[in-house]
Design a binder for this molecule. Structure first.
Ligand code: SF4
Length: 225
């Protein structure tokens, strides 16, 4: 998870319908939990949680609250729970970015809305989520809201297209990380990642790199920092 969030919370039980092959929820200790098995469902008791204030809270870190199958009233109820505690920053992230425009985020004093674009290429064998192009278009259709993009776990990509999309989106920052679960993913070369990072730096798009990226790029960025 991100080291810039202070808290995480989930109102949804059941298995995320995107079924990404690298899903962390289906690995390790989380896979032992009945909570994240079976059909998607709303966990009513989770609405009792008092979010307090002064936190940066990642909402639905074990699922995708905008995935198909998560009913509109459920999404509205989750957003409303957050809205009851306006003195926090909320982080909403989805691979189903085309659905984001159906909801209001501008009512939050502080929130970040992000999508995962592991690559510009389609990898339907890795995830059932909508195509990366549709995620890019979904984010483009969002109004005035702070956006971020996470390229994690990074998959082999085309540098020019990725840079074009990210320049269009003008995110607050881009998170870049690699697979840390030995999922056997098609990964880009070190050279491609370096070209991407250099291009984003030239475009003045802040980049938050995960330490696990060093498995592919070594200490390239540390050495040139
Ligand atoms: S979108 Fe996230 S929670 Fe859903 S299957 Fe993919 S990795 Fe897992």
């Amino acid at each position: 998870m991100y080291d810039w969030v202070t808290h995480m919370h989930t109102h949804l039980g059941g298995r995320c319908s995107h079924e990404c092959s690298y899903c962390y929820v289906q690995r390790g200790r989380a896979q032992l939990s009945e909570k994240y098995k079976g059909p998607i469902r709303l966990l009513e008791h989770e609405f009792q949680v008092n979010y307090g204030e002064g936190k940066t809270i990642f909402i639905e870190h074990m699922n995708d609250m905008f995935a198909p199958g998560v009913k509109d009233p459920w999404v509205a109820a989750i957003l409303n729970h957050c809205f009851q505690y306006p003195k926090n920053k909320y982080v909403f992230q989805t691979k189903n970015a085309p659905r984001l425009k159906e909801f209001r985020f501008d009512v939050f004093p502080d929130c970040l809305v992000g999508t995962t674009i592991e690559s510009n290429r389609d990898y339907s064998e890795i995830s059932k989520a909508v195509r990366p192009y549709d995620r890019y278009q979904g984010m483009m259709s969002l109004g005035r809201v702070k956006k971020f993009v996470t390229i994690e776990p990074i998959l082999d990509f085309d540098v020019e297209t990725m840079v074009e999309w990210l320049e269009d989106l003008k995110p607050e920052f881009v998170n870049i990380g690699a697979d840390s679960k030995k999922s056997g993913l098609p990964e880009p070369s070190k050279e491609k990642i370096v070209r991407l990072v250099r291009a984003l730096q030239a475009a003045k798009i802040p980049i938050w790199k995960k330490i696990n990226l060093e498995r592919i790029v070594g200490d390239t960025f540390n050495a040139s920092a």
